[in-house]
Write a protein that binds this ligand. Structure first.
Ligand code: ADP
Ligand code: MG
Length: 706
């Protein structure tokens, strides 16, 4: 059976347009189309809630407390009162359940509630209770007339992703629940199982139909839990299945250039390598070299903490390519970083007589043309650059290796565009992450790559000492800085810079700069921020790099830009405004030389619980992997540095911060099936084939729409 007949054989029930669902109609359908991208029955049933509110019990007014996120109360409405003027105008309805009296308050939609709320009728209300002036109140509660059905209580209200516009038009979570209930009543016979029986039995999963029903309309807490577990497993299983399949495909189907010769590599090792490699660097190079000899395309991720020495590994990998008459490219996320890589590599390239170039958005047209020509005729062997490298006009004579140094993740699609730059044989690919990421994230983001890790810092590095100081102790911090300067060290002082409040931030930075100039009148300073012209930035940076200036007052621009071994102190102002991985990245700017380095995190006395945890974590450990785990728990996968641009973390049900165990099980299951039945021929695996075909079809439809 081909994928066409599988798709053709699929029931068309789920392709039905949403406007044909009872109770929806053309107007609401248009809203659902526009606001949520819900066009068909399939879209609606897959519009999953992101949490569920517990409506299983009724609370009593007498026993409310302020810690409750929400109260669910059955009672009787008393009188309504309209009070206040203008913006303060509000409708108050008094409400009692026999144990106490409370206020329900509306600032918006007053006319509607005034007209429709019926004094003396019984209602159920739901919302966040607040105690003020000796009385409980709920502002903008959900409110429903008591009916025999809802009097039973005992339900979980799913909360769906919505937009403001939908809410204004009264399409809220409960309206969606109603639509979905109507749909589920007729859909059940059409729902196909998407997992093989073997997996369902092995992992004791409930069926797809039961899972969908109980995720949208849970019977009780146990069923809700089972529904989530089943849908998470399915989602992660297919995520891993496709990644692993892709990886196997590359391993088995795509030939790779064979790199056997090692002249330049030898010469570099013997004559120019400025230090001896760490054990971890040697091991990783062996892993890479083994890939390069197999005749299969390499797709490898190189993880390593800040300062662990990934660049030199990348450079030696390039030499393997050059030794075998292939070209190499290195792509960096920012112009500054591309520049730094270029400067660093050019030094070695010159020693070895290698022609290396740099291509970024600001490369002049004239130079650009020369580079394009030299890459095409093969006379330029290494090119370092930014996204500019991806452009179609950049063509190579024989591109053999692409290295991507990531700050944020380049998508799979971008990787594929680099592959395509050698139409005969896909170039080998080495992805270096600037930020270590937790295992679960690595498995989903890079599940199609082999993974190497540099888990050892070069010898002689002293771990950076990190401390937390309050703003009030600035005088003693300044004292410490003076001592370090007296020893000949250099210092960074970093201020936050966030787009929305750029003006305030710039002022903070300038105030800081002035206060430092006053306190350190003899010390030459550099200043660096995003608003400066790039020549000025370069000028200031260069002065600091050469030691002409001793302190660098900067915004996060320096995060990726500078490598100054003599800088041994990093002071981070308003540390509460930085994410964990960003703090770790910044700290990584020091500790690059042989001296003891320090990181000082400055904050106000008042800090939140999360900030406290971030700062404690920073003070406790220098290990980037450990820090990444805490970051994942704190922020959730969507916001992690390094993943913002990834489309892959849009998992609908699973949460990588919590579902590591399910992910591991799903990955192993996917690996086993691909190993035993790679073409999915066995009847038991038919659901996988069908579901993959449906996923593909949905993606095609989606591409057409968006
Ligand atoms: P990252 O992994 O953060 O990219 P780099 O490659 O920039 O780290 O290396 C950080 C610094 O450590 C550089 O100055 C580099 O020259 C130096 N370095 C790299 N490997 C070693 C080593 N084996 N011994 C000593 N210094 C090293
Ligand atoms: Mg680096």
């Amino acid at each position: 059976m081909t994928s066409e007949n599988i798709t053709a054989g699929r029931s068309t029930f789920f392709d039905t347009k949403i406007e044909f669902l009872k109770g929806v109609g053309p107007q609401k359908a248009a809203l659902l189309n526009e606001e949520l991208g819900i066009f068909t029955f399939a879209d609606l049933i897959q519009h999953y809630p992101f949490r569920h509110e517990d409506r299983t019990v009724f609370h009593q007014i007498a026993s409310l407390n302020e810690q409750m996120p929400a109260a669910h109360i059955k009672g009787r409405l008393r009188e309504k009162v309209l009070t206040g003027e203008g913006g303060k105008k509000r409708l108050i309805a008094y409400f009692t359940d026999g144990t106490g009296l409370m206020e329900l308050v509306w600032f918006q939609g007053i006319p509607w509630f005034e007209k429709n709320l019926r004094p003396n009728a019984e209602y159920i209300v739901y919302g966040k209770p607040v105690y003020f002036g000796g009385r409980w109140s709920i502002t903008h509660p959900e409110i429903d007339l008591l009916t025999p059905e809802n009097e039973q209580a005992g339900y979980w209200q799913p909360i769906y992703p919505l937009t403001e516009k939908l809410r204004r038009k009264f399409v809220d979570s409960r309206a969606l629940s109603r639509y979905i209930r109507t749909l589920l009543d007729i859909a059940l016979p059409h729902i196909r199982e998407t997992l093989p029986d073997t997996l369902i039995k092995k992992f004791r999963l409930i069926s797809k139909g039961d899972a969908l029903r109980n995720f949208h309309l849970p019977q009780n807490a146990q069923w809700l839990h089972q529904a989530q577990r089943r849908l998470k497993f399915e989602e992660l299983f297919y995520n891993q299945f496709r990644l692993i399949k892709n990886k196997l495909l590359h391993k088995t189907e795509y030939p790779g250039l064979v790199f056997n010769e090692v002249h330049l590599v030898k010469e570099f090792y013997e004559k120019y390598l400025p230090f001896s490699l760490t054990g971890a660097q040697v091991r990783v190079l062996q892993e890479i070299h083994a890939d390069l000899k197999t005749g299969k395309q390499m797709n490898r991720l190189l993880q390593g903490d800040v300062g662990s020495g990934k660049t030199i590994v990348g450079f030696i990998t390039m030499l393997f390519a050059l030794d075998n008459h292939a070209q190499a490219c290195l792509m960096a996320p920012t112009e500054i970083l591309a520049d730094q890589h270029y400067q660093g590599l050019k030094h070695f390239a010159d020693l070895l007589g290698i022609n290396i170039g740099k291509l970024t958005g600001s490369t002049k047209k004239k130079d650009r043309e020369v580079i394009h020509r030299q890459l095409l005729d093969g006379s330029m062997q290494i090119i370092v650059g930014t996204h500019a490298l991806i452009e179609d006009i950049v063509q190579f004579q024989n591109l053999g290796l692409c290295i991507i140094d990531e700050q944020h993740r380049f998508g799979v699609a971008q990787r594929a565009r680099l592959w395509a730059k050698n139409p005969r044989i896909n170039p080998h690919m080495l992805v270096m992450t600037a930020t270590p990421i937790p295992r679960t994230l690595a498995m989903t983001l890079y599940g199609d790559l082999d993974i190497s890790a540099i888990d050892e810092l070069p010898a002689g590095r002293k771990p950076i000492k990190t401390v937390h100081r309050y703003d009030a102790h600035r005088a003693s911090v300044f004292g410490f800085m003076k001592d370090e300067l007296a020893k000949g060290r250099q210092i960074y002082i970093v201020y936050p810079l966030i787009e929305e409040s750029e003006k305030i931030d710039l002022k903070d930075l300038m105030d800081g700069y002035e206060s430092i100039s006053r306190s350190f009148p003899e010390v030459p300073l550099s200043i660096l921020h995003g608003k400066m012209k790039s020549q000025d930035k370069d000028y200031e940076m260069r002065r600091f790099v050469t030691g002409e200036t001793r302190m660098m007052v900067a915004t996060t621009v320096i995060e990726v830009g500078v490598n100054v071994p003599n800088a041994s102190v990093m002071v981070i102002e308003n540390a509460e405004r930085f994410g964990l991985s960003q703090l770790h990245q910044l700290r990584g700017r020091v500790g690059r030389g042989a001296e003891q380095s320090y990181c000082i995190l400055m904050t106000d006395y008042k800090i939140s619980k999360d900030t406290k945890l971030r700062i404690e974590t920073m003070c406790r450990t220098n290990n980037g992997f450990e820090i990444a785990e805490v970051d994942l728990q704190l922020r959730g996968p969507g916001d992690m540095a390094g993943t913002q641009q990834s489309g892959l973390v849009d998992l609908l049900v699973a949460n990588l911060a919590q579902d590591g165990e399910i992910l591991k099980a799903a990955r192993i299951a996917a690996e086993e099936i691909l190993e035993n039945d790679p073409d999915l021929i066995q009847p038991v695996n038919l659901p996988i084939r069908q579901h993959l075909a449906n996923l593909r079809k949905e993606e095609t439809n989606w591409n057409r729409i968006s």
